[in-house]
Design a protein around this ligand. Structure first.
Ligand code: HEC
Length: 187
């Protein structure tokens, strides 16, 4: 420290308050480092203060549901190979139709299917696509109507039915919901 040493007038004029390396270090610390920590502290303070309690209504899932966009588009690859009846069944129908949930006719249960099979393929497909009593509409989802038809045939035939599996070229009941789309999808 040479604060007390005599200095000429010109020395005084050209020197600031920082005279030693230690003062320099302190000045740097206070002017750069400390503000940064202060800012970090403020950010913490502000974000913590705004955080609502983690209640059920504010769970991540609930928030995501609330701020989701209205309407959504589903991109389906119309050129993917059509699924077989069994594949569709295992993906979408088995939940109810294997165990016979909520009164669903079981796979392979001839007694349950016989009277239904008598109503004909079109009627069965129609029920599957549009829904019937406890069964919600099965059409319009991941699978094309034709594929739902195959699942219907898979189930009906597992229980004594003699329906032919619908083929892409001659999709019989495609007209039921979306003729144009089905026609192009069938190609
Ligand atoms: C949520 C459970 C559930 C799912 C999933 C489900 N079904 Fe069903 N399904 C039922 C029930 C219940 C019935 C009996 C409806 C009735 O006759 O009251 C039924 C009946 C049917 C029938 C007979 C309709 C008639 O006219 O008698 C067909 C065909 C059928 N389902 C096909 C399907 C196909 C194909 C799928 C999958 C793509 C499927 N179901 C998925 C519950 C379901």
């Amino acid at each position: 420290m040479n604060d007390n040493s005599p200095a000429t007038a010109s020395d005084e004029a050209h020197s600031g308050p920082i005279k030693t390396p230690k003062q320099m270090l302190l000045a740097v610390t206070y002017s750069f480092v400390v503000p940064i920590f202060a800012i970090i502290g403020l950010v913490y303070y502000v974000t913590l203060g705004n955080k609502p309690a983690a209640t059920e209504a504010n769970s991540e899932q609930a928030v995501a549901a609330r701020i989701q966009k209205i309407g959504s588009i589903e991109i389906r690859d119309v050129n993917r190979p059509l699924r077989s009846g069994e594949e569709v069944f295992n993906a979408q129908c088995t939940a109810c139709h294997t165990a016979g949930l909520v009164g669903a006719p079981k796979l392979g249960d001839a007694a349950a299917w016989a009277p239904r099979n008598l109503t004909g393929y079109d009627a069965l497909l129609n029920s599957a696509l549009k829904g019937k009593n406890a069964m919600a509409a099965q059409g319009g989802g991941e699978f094309q109507d034709l594929e739902i038809g195959r699942a219907v045939v898979y189930m009906a035939n597992s229980a004594g039915g003699k329906f032919e599996e619908p083929q892409a070229a001659a999709a019989p009941a495609e007209a039921a919901s979306a003729p144009a789309e089905a026609a192009s999808a069938a190609k």
